[in-house]
Design a protein around this ligand. Structure first.
Ligand code: NDP
Length: 324
């Protein structure tokens, strides 16, 4: 688990943009579990170097510009990092700087139309390939990604079982996200409860947690089930993720003729527009709730990051560090 003392807060003069560059005042930071492995090792992107700015998606406002494509006052998003200003030429670290579409707030841009909303959409539709009538198990069901998966799967006519920690979250998953049932993994035997709720087996597992929770789902697969490996937060704080995330029941895939597939949302960048359109339609007809846990204050960066690992957030974890 990260500690406040793992980070060094430095004050520097606000940089001036050169020709082709612009200065962004960062207003909102996105908190994503994947930042934790980024701090420890090379993953699908290089590790954050010791002494470097912590990589993070963020939204902000252009406050000075020497780039004709970005005007002062415009709201933008990108991989801005844990800092309150950034000078950029339009490309940041792992993603380009893009303008927020008219009418889209920073909370929406970083949440439902940001990495987690898009991950839910493509992970479920493209990797999971749901059909009406399928039974879908979603772990991390009250989180940013999971809560959208639950609602998308319901909108597609699936039966949905959410897994989350604690009775408040489980109540939210059923009452607000409209899952058919929720399992409290902190209190219940997950494998036994899935069996009870889905006696014919599970067609899609949308996995955000991995480890023992994934093992419980693997014991309950229907024939030709699809396991969408989205994330494995239960192992992100481990020194050796391969040891702790290890699953026992993977051989059950054979008898069930099941498929387990990982994906990284960044690969879907050319198709993001498709997801934004589909998600917007669901929001417009009231079929998609997009809760945000909005904390405030630059000094609360480490504690906001910890909220993901303490399970304190319902929906997207964000931190506001300035007003646009
Ligand atoms: P969430 O909003 O879901 O927040 C994380 C949640 O994980 C917590 O609220 C907590 O919920 C749960 N959690 C934390 N620690 C544990 C644990 N030890 N065991 C079980 N549950 C735990 O985060 P995101 O929606 O941003 O991310 C969800 C998953 O999706 C992550 O694994 C992330 O890495 C992955 N992801 C993958 C992407 C890809 O491209 N493949 C892109 C974006 C996200 P609770 O209280 O229920 O325990």
């Amino acid at each position: 688990m990260i500690k406040d003392t793992d980070f060094d807060r430095r004050n520097e003069a606000v940089p001036d943009p050169k020709d082709g560059e612009f200065l962004v005042r960062v207003t909102h930071l996105s908190f994503d579990p994947t930042q934790r492995p980024w701090m420890s090792r090379d993953t699908y992107v290089p590790a954050i170097p010791i002494g470097g700015v912590v990589r993070a998606a963020g939204a902000g406002q252009v406050v000075k510009s020497r780039n004709p494509n970005f005007k002062e006052g415009e709201l933008v998003q990108g991989s801005f990092g844990w800092q309150d200003y950034i000078v950029t030429n339009g490309t940041t670290d792992i993603m380009p700087v893009t303008k927020l579409p008219a009418g889209v707030s920073p909370e929406q841009a970083l949440g439902i139309f940001g990495i987690t909303g898009l991950t839910a959409y493509f992970g479920l539709t493209d990797v999971g390939k749901p059909s009406a009538g399928d039974t879908v198990v979603v772990s991390g069901a009250a989180g940013a990604t999971g809560s959208v998966v639950v609602q998308l799967a319901k909108a597609l006519g699936c039966t949905v079982i959410g897994i989350a920690g604690g009775s408040e979250k489980c109540r939210w998953v059923v009452e607000q996200a409209k899952a058919d049932a929720a399992i409290d993994y902190k209190r219940e035997n997950v494998a036994a409860r899935i069996k009870e709720l889905a006696p014919k087996g599970v067609n899609i597992v949308f996995e955000n947690v991995a480890g023992e929770i994934l093992d419980a789902s693997l014991q309950n697969l229907a024939l030709r089930a699809r396991i969408v490996l989205c994330g494995g937060i239960s192992g992100y704080n481990a020194d050796d993720p391969n040891e702790t995330i290890g699953i026992r029941n993977y051989l059950l895939l054979i008898g069930r003729r099941a498929r387990m597939e990982g994906f990284i949302i960044l690969d879907y960048a050319p198709r993001f527009g498709e997801a934004v359109e589909a998600l917007s339609k669901l929001i417009a007809r009231g079929a998609l709730k997009t809760p945000v846990d909005l904390q405030e204050g630059f000094e609360n960066i480490p504690s906001t990051m910890r909220r993901l690992f303490e399970g304190k957030n319902i929906g997207k974890q964000l931190l506001k560090i300035a007003d646009p």
